[in-house]
Design a protein around this ligand. Sequence first.
Ligand code: ATP
Ligand code: MG
Length: 247
Amino acid sequence: MSTNVVEVRNLRKEFGSAVAVDDLSFEVKQGEILGLLGVNGAGKTTTIFMLLGLITPTRGTIKVFDSDMHKNRFPALQRMNFASAYQFLPYHLKVWENLFVFSEIYGVKNSKKKIDDLLELFELTRLRNTKTGMLSSGEQTRLNLCKALISDPDLLLLDEPTASLDPDMADKARKILLQRQKESGMTILNTSHNMIDVTELCDRILFMQHGKVIASGGAADILKQYKSESLEEVFITIARSSTMEVV
Ligand SMILES: Nc1ncnc2c1ncn2[C@@H]1O[C@H](COP(=O)(O)OP(=O)(O)OP(=O)(O)O)[C@@H](O)[C@H]1O
Ligand SMILES: [Mg+2]
């Protein structure tokens, strides 16, 4: 078994004549938190959707837990989970019902206690009997994070997980994710436009532009490489430069 939980090789996705992901290769090591950064339209969500098997790549390979996601994705999917600030759970179900449905899908043992604990952790207990569609966007995001953690995934994919959270809740969510990661050793792939998320959560960062990786490394390496004191500044420099060399 390789220490790479994710191995992406020469991945490409075309939507008609548009290229969303272009010859993308990267890996995520066991227990690593990798940040996928890039301007709007860089190809981050498309990459995550291909990792989940929701979009079929035009070309290239994806291996998760040494399993080829194109040929045999279900064993890997059982060990993965996903949260996004923009993908909502069924609106007509109550908060607890949504978590119960997903715990059944994943075959979670002792699901009642797990649901109670997660609702408590993300401060949703008082909303447990509320229909999901009635939640505010930040509350829905918190519910998505509960759903993502209900199965104790070995690989967690997060697409802008704190995007609609207030600063206090975003801080709490980061601390919960870090704590869980420390306890379980799970691997996380995280996209974010919030540089606090990136600084506090990520061991390593990939900057994407036009579907390619154009810079990568730990936050400190990247700051050194760009002679900058903030990732926000590096992001803006990269975003406004069209002649960066591919690393
Ligand atoms: N289903 C689709 N059909 C056509 N084009 C698509 C489709 N999905 C994504 N795209 C295009 O692919 C490109 C990459 O989109 P993607 O959602 O991956 O970007 P992103 O990096 O997640 O951006 P953001 O930061 O705004 O979330 C964009 O130009 C987008 O318009
Ligand atoms: Mg996106």
